[in-house]
Design a binder for this molecule. Structure first.
Ligand code: OAD
Length: 252
């Protein structure tokens, strides 16, 4: 067991999870750390090392240099596609088979879905999804003109990655569903997030304001430790299976 994981806190958390009615799980990049998913900044290696990710992940960068930004996303897709879900992803999927769970993630890597959580609410979109920039409403990927990026065969609009860029609003339905879950859960399990990016970072506080117990799982201090009733100081891939067991399925 991780050295500084408090056995009493672990046992108390196990009991809270076993007795919970509605559980909200909120995950961040840390839940994918043990899968080796490069964080937003890790992907900046080799040819990409001279770029600042926050300058690339925004709409005006895309309008100025569409081919460069599109190729950066192709590079990130390649890196992430080579990773696999880890015990933390599988444990969360296994929990949903035993309890009423709403999974909300800030991650765009799709690993929750590959571990068996088909209904993960993706607050920041998905790296492998595409949408259109200024589309005509009839843009169709099936007939898109290939290129960097592909373009609509009808109006010439550029295809763009289906992720939330800096300065953009979150997908409305995903945000509504996540906020509803926060206000209606009796346990909020926060896994692997620094708690620095809103509105996701505000959701555990909202859950607490509505009477939920908040458990944080993180090997390092985070901005949400103050909100937590319980902090389990350890890696998600070790802690989550200890909390309720997690059937590791074959990597998808
Ligand atoms: P961060 O990179 O800010 O934080 C990752 C957290 O995971 C840190 O608190 C680490 O201590 C923790 N961590 C590391 N290894 C872990 C492990 N094995 N188990 C559990 N936790 C571990 O990532 P996020 O908090 O997810 O937004 O960042 C939120 C958002 O900021 C991202 O979604 C992205 C970024 O800007 C957009 O792209 C819109």
């Amino acid at each position: 067991m991780a050295a500084d994981l408090d056995a009493q806190a672990l046992e108390a958390s196990r009991r809270l999870i076993a007795g919970a009615g509605n559980i909200m799980v909120l995950t961040g990049a840390g839940v994918s750390a043990e899968s080796g998913v490069p964080t937003f900044r890790d992907a900046m290696t080799g040819l990409w090392s001279r770029f600042n990710p926050e300058e690339l992940a925004q709409e005006d960068a895309y309008r100025r240099q569409p081919a460069l930004v599109w190729e950066w996303y192709l590079h990130r897709r390649e890196l992430v596609a080579a990773t696999h879900p880890n015990p933390a992803h599988f444990a969360i999927a296994a929990l949903a088979a035993q309890k009423a769970v709403t999974l909300v993630t800030q991650n765009v890597d799709g690993l929750h879905q590959r571990a068996g959580s088909p209904d993960a609410i993706e607050l920041h979109g998905n790296l492998f999804a595409n949408k259109w920039l200024d589309g005509c409403g009839h843009c169709d990927p099936a007939t898109a003109v290939p290129g960097l990026p592909p373009r609509c065969a009808i109006c010439g609009a550029m295809m763009r990655p289906g992720v939330v860029w800096f300065g953009e609003e979150l997908p409305r339905v995903a945000r509504y569903r996540a906020e509803h879950a926060a206000e209606n859960c009796d346990l909020c399990l926060v896994v692997g997030t620094s708690g620095l990016v809103y509105p996701a970072a505000g959701m555990p506080g909202a859950a607490k304001d509505h009477g939920a117990h908040v458990i944080v799982v993180n090997p390092a201090p985070s901005a949400l430790d103050q909100t937590a009733d319980t902090v389990l100081r350890g890696p998600a891939g070790v802690v989550l299976p200890l909390l309720w067991g997690g059937a590791p399925a074959a990597p998808a």
